[in-house]
Design a protein. Structure first.
Lengths: 410, 379
């Protein structure tokens, strides 16, 4: 027993060390698509449960153009991308003061890749990511920019020049992540498909993987190995493969087809991946295939990605929000919510926040054995993006504005 | 709740602080070398010194802004983005410090059409942020500007004038103004609006000629595209163009036939000569008589997988089915020789049967980098 306890401590220490090595983002930040670890769950506990243009709206800032990328919150700054121009070929990276909403800087670039997208999407679709020191902004045009938090350009890549067929006419939307100093980028289409590990410091390619030539809008996710080391997972219609973020070396592969729109979540060593429902996987360190812990065809997400908060998973299928137990995959409760959803659910404490395509936000409280709508708000604008949550505030963007929803005006 | 708008107010305030002092740049502020470094970046292999060079430019005196804009003349888009963002930072800092922008130099820069179109547009936007009327006074003369974005504003202004003539019953003036607007217009949405107005005034138009769409083709189909494998299969037209030849097609013989498109926007529809087939590939071939050796852009729209060759050289192909089509969806650079140039298009259709997967067609036009039509000459 004592031995096991000691092992557990070592294991937890490794996990913590792994987290620190992976990113320098400050606790409480929301530094990537779906926040800490890509789970959708914030460390904040006390976000408002109701809001309007006259209630709990700390500030709103003008944006120069459209975007469905999420804001990220890093070191007191809110960073966001946008696009403008008749051809969506103006690419913007903007930084706002988290507290006041004052714009601190804006950098604009010209698209070097194709700009056509579906009308609901636009070229500012992938969410930027930060390692706490720099922000990495990828656009649907496959233009990639690395800036420090003061807006100084560190490096840039025009990936459409290097991979001229890695684009599709609906638009590209995969959001990069940072792991062990590698910026992991997925550019996967019917014509050309690659995944890249790009050195965060220099912008040079560390590794490149040929990927299935099938259009894929899912994003890479971060897992942990048994020693707490970072592992990245790449999802596609051919399966889910796990790789070393420093080298791209494949560690294991789950070869059953996965969804190409909603992206899975993870907790430590376990990946919960959309695949004809939801499947829980864990690499075993011994074989090339992971162990399947459970699978449930009742947990099929539509477009929105799942949310992992504590020991619960939340999935939106059309207008039904389902809550399931992470240990078993069994549905604990389900609730009809209002509207269609592209935006993924996020959580603060036991409150789940969803924004439908009409822009109406709903707050659902997980009361253990049931979910109940306890609040919401309508800012009278359309929200396709997934919100960010940091320091008890919700940050969400429309095509026109960036909003901070917080309990009191600061 | 606080509301923040963009830089406009700050820029205006900065300008009110006073005119720029006499232009005298300290030697320590010489940005020639960093501008050269950034302007030379043309690939992913960017020098490690690039970030430092960028910072040196960004921190330079804002009176050097025209030099930065002039450096954006470079053809390479990566260099342009390094330089453009440095200009952003330079302006942002100058505004924060209350330094006026060199507006006279910016206006002069806008007038100098030998500079890069995008750099001139940036100069225009900065001028307009500070002195909107001064900038907008330049627009009427921009109807044929090399910058498509500047030209667009001038076209919109002329369209507005034409509407006013039309509303006041001045038909001839309205037609003249619409014709001038059309002559300058390069964007599909503006051309559609103008065409609708002119046709409402009983005017005849040749929009395919305006855009440079190729309407006359020789076409052959159907070849097999079962399992979407056909794009990579080199059927006989990819090696030899023999308009008299007959080949084994998917379900019978495949023969060449002449086809002329009638669509305003150059759509060449394989379904019309060959029927609404599935899992097939077809080819369209034509000759374009060029008056000189020249760089051109082939601009394509296609909802399904396609490939294009010029003078036997495969320039590009793209594998994708039914995810949308748009004019100028793809831009492919090509080099034409004097005299006849062969253009070969391959267009595939997949197995989908939904009613939104019927299209087996393409549009192709020849133009320059601004989208201005390049027309063939008579042989």
């Amino acid at each position: 027993m004592q031995f096991k306890y000691k092992n557990l401590l070592v294991h937890i220490s490794s996990l913590l060390l792994g987290c620190l090595l992976t990113t320098n983002a400050i606790s409480g930040d929301w530094a990537q698509f779906r926040g800490p670890g890509g789970s959708g769950a914030a460390t904040s506990e006390h976000c408002p449960i109701s809001w309007s243009n006259s209630e709990n709206l700390a500030w709103q800032a003008d944006l120069p153009g459209r975007g469905i990328s999420s804001p990220i919150v890093v070191a007191g700054r809110v960073l966001i991308t946008a696009c403008s121009g008749i051809r969506q070929d103006r690419l913007h990276v903007l930084c706002f003061d988290q507290r006041s909403g004052k714009q601190l800087w804006e950098r604009q670039f010209w698209a070097t890749g194709r700009t056509q997208t579906h009308q609901k999407i636009n070229t500012a679709a992938p969410t930027p990511v930060s390692d706490g020191q720099s922000v990495y902004a990828l656009f649907s045009t496959n233009d990639l920019f690395a800036l420090d938090l003061d807006g100084n350009l560190l490096w840039l890549r025009g990936l459409s020049e290097e991979y001229p067929n890695a684009n599709n006419s609906l638009g590209m939307a995969s959001s990069p992540i940072v792991a062990d100093g590698s910026l992991v980028v997925m550019l996967e289409t019917d014509s050309q498909a690659v995944a890249l590990g790009i050195d965060c410091q220099s912008g040079a390619t560390r590794w490149e993987l040929d990927r299935p030539r099938i259009a894929n809008w899912s994003s890479p996710t971060l897992l942990r190995g048994s020693e707490g080391q970072a592992i990245i997972a790449l999802q596609s219609s051919r399966g889910l493969s796990a790789h070393d973020p420093k080298t791209g070396t494949q560690l294991w592969n789950f070869d059953r087809g996965c969804d190409t729109r909603p992206t899975g979540v993870s907790s430590g060593e376990v990946a919960y991946v959309p695949s004809n429902g939801l499947v829980a996987l864990r690499g075993n360190g011994l074989s090339a295939t992971p162990d399947v812990l459970w699978e449930s065809n009742r947990l099929q997400p539509s477009t929105a990605s799942p949310l992992l908060s504590g020991d619960r998973l939340y999935v939106i299928n059309r207008s039904i929000l389902k809550c399931a137990d992470t240990a078993t995959g069994k549905v604990v409760w389900q609730l009809r919510i209002d509207g269609d959803f592209t935006s993924s659910p996020v959580a603060a404490g036991n409150h789940i926040y969803v924004f439908n395509e009409a822009g109406v936000g709903q707050v659902i409280e997980d009361e253990g054995d049931r979910g109940r709508v306890v609040g919401g708000g309508d800012l009278k604008e359309i929200f396709i993006c997934t919100p960010a949550i940091a320091d008890d505030a919700i940050f969400i963007r429309s095509d026109q504005h960036l909003f901070k929803i917080a309990a009191s005006s600061e | 709740m606080r509301t923040f708008s963009r830089l406009g107010m700050l820029l205006s305030l900065a300008w009110l602080l006073g005119p720029a002092p006499a232009f005298a740049i300290d030697a320590a502020d010489d940005i020639s070398e960093p501008l050269r470094q950034l302007g030379a970046i043309d690939s992913a292999d960017q020098p490690s010194s690039a970030a430092a060079a960028w910072k040196q430019v960004a921190e330079a005196d804002v009176r050097q802004l025209p030099r930065v804009l002039a450096a954006i003349d470079t053809e390479h888009p990566l260099a342009a983005n390094w330089l453009r963002s440095a200009a952003d930072a330079m302006v942002e800092r100058a505004i924060a410090e209350g330094q006026p922008l060199p507006l006279d130099e910016l206006e002069q820069f806008i007038h100098e059409t030998e500079h890069g179109p995008r750099a001139r547009r940036l100069a225009f936007e900065l001028l307009r942020e500070v002195e909107p009327k001064r900038a907008e006074s330049l627009i009427p003369a921009m109807l044929q500007d090399p910058s498509v974005e500047l030209r667009r504003e001038s076209v919109a202004l002329r369209m507005s004038e034409a509407e006013q003539y039309q509303q006041s019953g001045e038909r001839d003036s309205a037609i003249t103004a619409y014709r001038q607007a059309l002559d300058g217009a390069r964007d599909e949405d503006q051309v559609k609006q103008i065409a609708e107005s002119l046709r409402g005034l009983d005017q005849e138009l040749d929009l395919p000629r305006h855009f440079g769409f190729i309407q006359n083709w020789q076409m052959i189909a159907p070849f097999d595209n079962t399992g979407q494998a056909g794009l990579e299969i080199a059927y006989p037209p990819e090696s030899t163009i023999d308009l008299q030849a007959e080949y084994q097609g998917k379900d019978g013989p495949a023969r060449w036939q002449a086809y002329s498109g009638k669509d305003d926007f150059g759509t060449i529809d394989f379904n019309k000569p060959f029927g609404a087939l599935k899992e097939v590939a077809g080819y369209a071939w034509t000759e374009f008589n060029s008056d000189s050796e020249q760089q051109v852009e082939l601009r394509l729209g296609c909802k399904t997988s396609w490939a294009v060759w010029v003078n036997g050289e495969k320039l590009f192909s793209h594998n994708e089915y039914h995810r949308g089509v748009k004019m100028d969806q793809y831009r492919v650079k090509a080099k034409f020789k004097p005299g006849p140039n062969e253009i070969l298009m391959k267009v595939c259709q997949n197995e989908q049967i939904e009613d939104w997967t019927v299209e087996w067609e393409f549009q192709l036009r020849v133009c320059d980098a601004t989208g201005t039509a390049i027309l063939p000459v008579n042989p």
